[in-house]
Design a protein around this ligand. Structure first.
Ligand code: SF4
Ligand code: SF4
Length: 101
């Protein structure tokens, strides 16, 4: 139930960003760093990402949990949805202006 609500909000957020601020979408690139050893593999961040950047790794951390990683890093906008929803503050988001835009 919670993931469905989250997905709905993220799709709505993505559409609002694209419709109202297309120039911002084109000029800002993001990347995230996941603290692998803190991650418990709950996948809340995976569901919250509006651009399908994140996925759970096939590898596990020292506690035996699959951890979040970037499966499509070029799609990251730095929106920080993933960092906001992570219950264990495992994600740090970095944003930079795209010099090619
Ligand atoms: S910062 Fe936004 S686009 Fe990038 S991985 Fe996190 S939720 Fe996805
Ligand atoms: S929300 Fe946080 S703890 Fe859960 S999979 Fe993502 S990074 Fe790991």
């Amino acid at each position: 139930m919670f993931s469905n609500i989250t997905s709905y909000l993220c799709v709505k957020s993505k559409n609002e960003i694209e419709n109202k601020h297309p120039e911002a979408m084109a000029r800002i690139r993001g990347t995230v760093r996941v603290d692998i050893e803190k991650c418990k593999g709950c996948a809340v961040c995976v569901a919250a990402c509006p651009f399908d950047v994140l996925a759970l790794s096939r590898q596990v951390n020292g506690k035996g949990y699959p951890y979040a990683e970037q499966s499509h890093p070029d799609s990251c906008t730095g929106c920080a949805n993933c960092a906001v929803v992570c219950p264990d503050t495992c994600i740090t988001v970095y944003r930079q202006r795209d010099q090619n835009a």
